[in-house]
Design a protein around this ligand. Structure first.
Ligand code: PLP
Length: 419
């Protein structure tokens, strides 16, 4: 499969059975729109690919999108959760996930946060020796796993590779066995092993290398007398962001990765933590063209979403495919940069895009906006966080109200003497 695309009806884009102009009219822009059925399908794709070979748990890496409605959908599907902060743990408990379904993987965790997380009863995946020693004092006997640094990296850019040697994450390979033994000495109960090599990888090979490293460690830990119940290979499954890019072959990944564990270890349960794969192509960002500007060397489509709403292009130079939903399927006649209302030159959504003649009021559609879209948005330039909408069976429902400007003042205090 290549990148997900949409149908056109009377020159308008249809998303999950709805005309995008109608959604924009009803809820305003910018807004993120979630296709419920696609979230469910994506979850099932990963689960089904792996569960043919091994007992499988899919833990949605919720930092990709923590909307409570999205979490409910995945809870209904039977997903577990990968949470990276106490805020995410509490949000997922609120959404109805049982503590046993949640695994917490922090990095440079404060003692305060560790205490709070331990109290919730979720499984803690330890990132360092110091965190282990703290937890042994806070919660003697706690079941734990460890995040290890496999020395294998993968990702859509340097900023999102996490598994390489020298990374800030995990226990270096050379110290893994002694760390598991020490955990036991401290009265903890090590039951699993975890690695996460990075985000947005498009190739199967790094996952196989990761599985080989994990297998070797599982065996070394076993020889030292500790039998593990599960192996967690993290997230990082990529998604095609360009029209002709191929999807990574999930079935190939599942068969090869599971084969490594089945051939080489006694571990029979695998956990995966996809974030991007589950939510990315289930969401589009709708943004209205506010201005079309001819700037000598370039033409601009000015829109009402900037890097306050979607930071990935500005932060990682990420590519998002963009179309004019109001003239969908019309002949492309001009070349534009698409840029937002933030007062910085780095504020853009796309460079050099060939589009039909865009007009003010057109609804522009940014594809693949579900992962690290809303969850990374900010109030920069004092712009309110945008709305989120859920579409199911041709009906749209608001799942997050657009923020109001006065809500941004709520936590600010002007000292009496300045009033
Ligand atoms: C971010 C993260 C993931 C998910 O990564 P994706 O690329 O979105 O699949 C999984 N596990 C951990 C520990 C993470 O930090």
């Amino acid at each position: 499969m290549t990148m997900r695309d949409f149908d056109s009806k009377d020159g308008k884009m249809i998303f999950a059975g709805m005309n995008v102009e109608d959604i924009a009219k009803e809820f305003g822009t910018p807004c993120y729109v979630v296709d419920e059925q696609r979230v469910r399908e994506n979850y099932r794709n990963v689960y089904n690919a792996f569960s043919r070979y091994m007992e499988t748990e899919v833990h949605y890496a919720c930092k990709a999108n923590t909307n409570l409605a999205v979490l409910r959908i995945l809870q209904q599907e039977g997903a577990g959760i990968d949470a990276v902060s106490i805020g995410e743990v509490r949000t997922c408990l609120k959404a109805g996930f049982a503590p046993e379904k949640i695994m917490y993987t922090g990095v440079f965790v404060s003692e305060e946060e560790l205490k709070e997380v331990a109290e919730t009863g979720v499984l803690i995946n330890l990132d360092s020796v110091s965190e282990m020693e703290k937890l042994a004092r806070i919660k003697p006997g706690a079941p734990v796993s460890f995040r290890i640094t496999p020395g294998v990296g993968s990702g859509h850019g340097d900023k999102v590779i996490t598994g390489n040697k020298g990374a800030k994450f995990g226990i270096p390979k050379e110290h893994v066995v002694e760390t598991y033994l020490r955990a036991q000495d401290l009265g903890l109960n090590p039951i699993g092993i975890h690695a996460h090599i990075g985000s947005g990888g498009q190739h199967v090979e790094p996952f196989i290398e990761e599985a080989e490293v994990l297998s070797e460690l599982i065996n070394q830990i076993g020889e030292a007398g500790i039998q593990l119940q599960f192996v967690d290979i993290g997230g990082g499954i990529g998604v095609p962001y360009r029209p002709n890019e191929d999807e990574m072959d999930l079935n190939e990944m599942a068969s090869e990765v599971c084969d490594v564990f089945e051939q080489n270890t006694d571990v029979r349960k695998i956990i995966l933590e996809p974030g991007r794969y589950i939510i990315c192509d289930a969401v589009v960002l709708l943004t209205t063209c506010t201005d079309v500007k001819d700037a000598d060397t370039k033409k601009y489509v000015g829109v009402d979403a900037g890097f306050n709403t979607l930071i990935r292009p500005a932060m990682y130079d990420s590519y998002h495919y963009i179309q004019d939903g109001s003239k969908f399927g019309k002949a492309c006649t001009s070349r534009y940069d698409i840029a937002g209302p933030i007062c910085e030159t780095g504020d853009y959504l796309g460079h050099d895009r060939v589009l039909p003649d865009v007009e003010e009021g057109d609804v522009m559609v940014v594809y693949n906006a579900g992962a690290y879209g809303f969850s990374m948005s900010s109030n920069y330039n004092s712009r309110p966080l945008c709305a989120e909408v859920l579409v199911n069976e041709g009906k749209a429902e608001l799942i997050r109200e657009r923020e109001q400007v006065d809500e941004q003042w709520r936590h600010q205090i002007v000292p009496k003497r300045l009033q």
